[in-house]
Design a protein around this ligand. Structure first.
Ligand SMILES: C[S@@+](CC[C@H](N)C(=O)[O-])C[C@H]1O[C@@H](n2cnc3c(N)ncnc32)[C@H](O)[C@@H]1O
Length: 224
């Protein structure tokens, strides 16, 4: 196995806070609404294969599987600690969601393996270089006609939101999000029709949902 990237940023910035991640998400974020919106936009169909990149505690992967039981949902993350929480949640619900860990460098999947990539609140954990590299790899592992959806912090619209983003920037590389650079990185990676499909504002932050398409003929896949 490739050497692990030890520079990754855990879910809440610090490893010791990881067990509290789900609680904080429920209290501080309109988590369910945001992740439901992402899934509504994704239009996942039965028999499709979906990667939840940076799945964390697997909340989004679980929501996707409950909404689309016939689709294959795979979770990937770099942090074993958060993945053990994910695996427990999945086991308790008796769901079939493969969860994989990787080094943080090369996505451990074949070319054109997935129909969809979904990702929530991960890209603000990645350096600019890593964002660009991961997006290129996402393009590689999507089938022609495959789609990516990235939900993350967007350009803050209120003074409070700008203050919160400033605070975040002390721990996490949110600058690209704040400056609205993610769609450009998606285009540079090869994605077409890159758009901000939804935008949500709360007092302390803005959340953007971006989508992109890998061009080409989808072809005939069984079950679609
Ligand atoms: C704020 S959490 C979001 C978790 C989950 N997607 C959600 O919406 O609740 C950020 C996640 O990104 C993961 N992460 C950080 N660097 C990563 C990388 N290079 N590759 C994949 N995941 C990464 C962290 O381990 C963490 O689980």
């Amino acid at each position: 196995m490739q050497k692990k990237d030890k520079t990754y940023i855990p879910a809440m910035g610090f490893d010791f806070l990881t067990p509290f991640y789900d609680t904080l998400m429920k209290v501080a974020m309109p988590e369910e609404m945001l992740k439901n919106a992402l899934l509504e936009e994704a239009h996942i169909r039965p028999a499709q294969k979906v990667l939840d990149f940076g799945c964390g505690t697997a909340t989004l992967a679980i929501m996707a599987k409950l909404k689309h039981p016939k689709a294959t949902i795979v979770g990937l993350d770099v942090d074993e600690k958060i993945l053990s929480i994910a695996r427990n949640k999945i086991a308790q619900l008796g769901l079939d969601i493969p969860i994989e860990i990787y080094s943080g460098f090369n996505l451990p999947f074949e070319d054109e393996d997935f129909d969809h990539i979904i990702s929530s609140f991960v890209f603000h954990h990645l350096s600019t270089e890593k964002k660009k590299d991961i997006l290129k790899q996402c393009y590689r592992i999507l089938r022609p006609g495959g789609e990516i959806r990235v939900l993350d912090f967007g350009n803050p619209q209120t003074m409070i939101a700008r203050g919160v983003m400033h605070l975040f920037s002390l721990f996490e590389p949110v600058d690209d999000n704040v400056r609205g650079l993610i769609p450009g990185y998606m285009r540079d990676a090869g994605f077409m029709e890159v758009r901000e499909v939804r935008n949500f504002k709360v007092l302390w932050g803005t959340f953007s949902l971006y989508s992109g398409l890998k061009g080409g003929n989808y072809g005939n896949r069984p079950g679609l």
